[in-house]
Design a protein around this ligand. Structure first.
Ligand code: C5P
Ligand code: MG
Length: 190
């Protein structure tokens, strides 16, 4: 089984590239951001709590997201491959993911780090706001999400570098140019 973490700051293209990977390789996409947005849309009490956190650009607790993810892995069962998009967001989540996969007899194959300069991220996120209308794509929340990323999420890269699993991808250029770079790495993993 191939397990890929697609990683990078908000606006780096994780969701967009995940779609391309799925089209070509048939892997299953797990977007924790989407799972949280579904929880909000369901109108549940938990959804209300999640909404308050997402609307500020903060992270939900490690316990909550790990719980949601572990349910999703059980629901999926055996699949040829998984793309983890938006998870792990903290070092604690990275080590929990390691345990969760090891309990299921598998492991992360590689972390694809989409490297994109700050100005390009802001430009893309504001553009996305006008297309998708995501509530957390306002300038104020974007700035907080980028700050949270630097403080809590960026250290995850080291966790995978130490295990020899870090693959840095130039995340600038067209969607297809970026995908071709990713594709080269994925072909090596097959
Ligand atoms: O991954 P994505 O950018 O879609 O996530 C949107 C929001 O969902 C994040 O800004 C954060 O508030 C929340 N989130 C989280 N923990 C995760 C993934 C997403 O708190 N593991
Ligand atoms: Mg996304």
């Amino acid at each position: 089984m191939i397990n890929i973490v697609i990683f990078g700051p908000p606006g780096s293209g994780k969701g967009t590239q995940s779609k391309k990977i799925i089209e070509k390789y048939g892997y299953t996409h797990i977007s924790t951001g989407e799972l949280l947005r579904q929880e909000i849309a369901s109108g549940s009490e938990l959804g209300h709590q999640v909404e308050a956190i997402i609307s500020k650009g903060e992270l939900v607790s490690d316990e909550l997201i790990i719980d949601i993810l572990s349910n999703e892995l059980d629901r999926l069962g055996n699949v040829p491959g998984i793309i983890f998009d938006g998870f792990p967001r903290t070092l604690n989540q990275a080590s929990e993911l390691k345990n969760m996969l090891s309990d299921r007899g598998t492991a992360i194959s590689a972390l694809l780090f989409l490297d994109v300069p700050h100005e390009v991220l802001i430009e893309r996120l504001l553009k996305r706001k006008s297309i998708d209308g995501r509530a957390d794509d306002t300038m104020e929340v974007i700035e907080n999400r980028l700050r949270v990323y630097q403080q809590q999420t960026a250290p995850v890269v080291e966790f995978y570098r130490k295990q020899g699993k870090l693959r840095t991808i130039d995340g600038t250029g067209s969607v297809d140019e970026i995908f071709n770079r990713i594709d080269k790495v994925l072909q090596e993993l097959q």
